[in-house]
Design a protein around this ligand. Structure first.
Ligand code: ADP
Ligand code: MG
Length: 236
């Protein structure tokens, strides 16, 4: 087990795991496809955030990650961009179901993730559907039927749609649990477990959380395999 400590901007970073690859220091060093680099430059971003720099090389090795990091650290692109690369590697047919599944606690957060996926993925022709409660199911079911590479969903609504047998997760091989601590606080653990039971065991799993209490550790231990743990502690 190798552990590295580094200071990057004003954040203290600790990465723990087997043979952790060195962080990317610039967007160019990532070797990302040019259409994705173009979107990143269009957005005016000059360099990866610490969580992106540390987690991209790990995620691109198809390894599981658990990241403990506060809001605003750039986690969304931290998992979406390796997800885009994963999609390119898979060549799956989106008509057969999503390849990337992102679980998010709320409609607002799920919608923000979808916006980011559409903005940064459209030049790579990546399609994304968003499923959340408090809205009619009809339009969401029609979106699913049109096919999507990425599904971003709240656990309650996705579980409802699974029970209706209107979506198949058999093709999912990149699973993200965003704001895992918040999803557990909201009581979504049973739905999360039912959803994960429908996802093949042979997958890459990435979990993001702002806090690291024992409930979150437990679900991480159950769902992730030998993860690299990335801690971004703000030292301001
Ligand atoms: P988190 O999920 O960690 O709370 P977000 O992924 O929502 O954070 O990112 C916070 C903001 O930072 C967003 O507006 C996002 O577009 C922006 N952002 C992401 N990556 C970078 C980057 N490399 N450079 C500058 N801004 C970035
Ligand atoms: Mg976030």
């Amino acid at each position: 087990v190798l552990s590295t400590d580094a200071y990057c901007h004003r954040h203290e970073i600790t990465v723990t795991g087997d043979n952790v690859p060195p962080p990317f220091t610039s967007f160019e060093a990532t070797g990302l496809p040019s259409e994705i680099l173009r979107e990143v430059h269009n957005a005016g971003f000059s360099s990866p955030t610490p969580i992106q720099a540390q987690s991209w090389p790990v995620a691109l090795q198809s390894r599981d990650i658990v990241a403990i990091a506060k809001t605003g650290s750039g986690k969304t692109l931290g998992y979406l961009i390796p997800g885009f690369i994963h999609l390119k590697r898979c060549h799956n047919n989106s008509q057969s179901g999503p390849t990337v599944l992102v679980l998010s606690p709320t409609r607002e957060l799920a919608t923000q993730i979808q916006d980011e996926a559409v903005k940064f993925g459209k030049s790579s022709r990546i399609s994304c559907v968003c499923l959340y409660g408090g809205a009619p199911k009809g339009p969401q079911l029609r979106d699913i039927d049109r096919g999507a590479d990425i599904v971003v969903a709240t656990p309650g609504r996705l579980n409802d749609i699974l029970e209706m047998r209107r979506i198949s997760l058999h093709q999912v091989s990149y699973l993200v649990l965003d704001e895992a601590d918040r999803m557990l606080d909201m009581g979504f653990e049973p739905q999360i477990r039912k959803i994960v039971n429908e996802v093949p065991a042979r997958r890459q799993t990435l979990m993001y959380t702002a806090t690291w209490p024992k409930e979150v550790r437990k679900i991480a231990a159950d769902l992730l395999i030998n993860p690299v743990q990335v801690n971004i502690g703000n030292v301001d």
